[in-house]
Design a binder for this molecule. Structure first.
Ligand SMILES: Cc1ncc(COP(=O)(O)O)c(C=O)c1O
Length: 347
């Protein structure tokens, strides 16, 4: 069937292909949606309550917060604000590989050129090569920690070195998965007027269907993005949902603890099966099943488990990415992987 919009729906089974929260959102979110009044729907939303709640959560000034329709929109708007909005025609962005698709896509959307930097062996982050790639044309650097798809962290000192080496460049630090491991750059942000930190409610908070993300930064980096962002980009239901999610303080640590244990179980399964994997600070693990990957993906799908094929990306040949969520789901995924690979010679 022709692909219409978004990602194809894999149908029934365990969705371990998009790094979602496999257990769903906090029940408080649905309660809050049910409590909405008819006028909450008939009027344009007012964002100040959620902006203030995010400012408290991230411990920054409310003026440093810009709500976006998912962090995806934040990435595009950052490129629009700093490149097309500024009428820069020969702009370059720097994108370390492997990369989350919206970085090159947003670069292309604003007519800029992506300068792609390969990572080192075992996906060691190429800090020196990123710094060496900065030219007078560089307008943005996209950094992702923990990285999708490898799960590897960029050390805070390396983030600082890059931001300091390119003070006139906007450095977008995408922390979509930071709640699952690693240290946020946010406490350092006051010293870096050229940095934007991206966060999302899609992953740890389980609100992917609501589409809410946040860009956090000082006015120098954030105001040009604010200037091109449409005034009512978050809908009222998503806003009520996010406020309720932020209010449930127990939800996130409980889920993150299961994710950590799920990762360990996936590592152990990979060792038993003789598969290479990379230790991850996120809610997924990248595993090398070897080329061709499609038969493994299909065998898993027949067993009701959907994982992400990463083999189309030259930076991650022979690899799949498996979401680590609820332990029961991880155990089911491991069983399916063991049965799909039984009798297969692995490399
Ligand atoms: C690295 C990274 N950044 C940003 C996002 C976007 O998240 P959302 O648009 O759902 O907030 C994702 C989602 O998969 C991601 O993997």
């Amino acid at each position: 069937m022709k692909r219409l919009q978004g990602y194809p729906d894999p149908g029934d089974g365990l969705r371990l292909h998009l790094n979602e929260n496999t257990g769903g959102c906090s029940p408080r979110v649905l309660d809050a949606i049910q409590r909405m009044r008819t006028t909450d729907v008939s009027t344009y939303p007012s964002y100040s309550e959620l902006v203030r709640a995010c400012a408290r959560q991230f411990e920054v000034d409310p003026e440093w917060i810009l709500l976006t329709n998912g962090l995806d929109e934040g990435i595009l708007m950052a490129a629009m604000g700093h490149i097309s909005g500024a009428r820069i025609h020969d702009a370059e962005t720097i994108i370390p590989l492997p990369a989350f698709d919206p970085y090159p896509n947003s670069t292309a959307a604003v007519g800029a050129t992506a300068v792609k930097i390969p990572s080192g062996p075992e996906f060691v982050f190429p800090t020196d090569a990123v710094i060496a790639a900065v030219t007078p044309r560089t307008r943005m650097i996209f950094l992702n920690t923990p990285s999708n798809p490898t799960g590897r962290l960029i050390p805070i000192a390396d983030l600082q070195r890059i931001a300091e080496a390119a003070p006139r460049v906007v450095v977008l630090i995408d922390e979509a998965y930071i709640e699952f491991g690693g240290t946020s750059f946010l406490p350092k942000l006051a010293a870096y007027p050229n940095v934007l930190v991206g966060r999302t409610f899609s992953k740890a908070y389980g609100l992917a269907g609501m589409r809410v993300g946040v860009l956090i930064g000082q006015p120098q980096a954030l105001d040009p993005v604010r200037a091109v962002t449409l005034p009512f980009n978050i809908n009222a239901v998503a806003m009520a949902a996010t406020l309720a999610a932020l209010d449930d303080r127990e939800f996130l640590p409980r889920y993150a603890a299961q994710v950590a244990e799920s990762r360990e179980r996936l590592y152990a399964a990979c060792r038993r099966l003789g598969l290479a994997y990379w230790e991850s600070a996120a809610n997924f693990v990248m595993v090398r099943v070897g080329d061709p990957v499609a038969p493994v993906i299909d065998a898993l799908a027949r067993r009701g488990v959907h994982v992400r094929d990463r083999s189309h990306d030259p930076a991650t040949p022979g690899c799949v990415r498996v979401t680590a969520g609820l332990l029961t789901h991880t155990d089911a995924a491991i069983e399916a992987l063991e049965s799909a690979l039984s009798g297969r010679v692995t490399r």
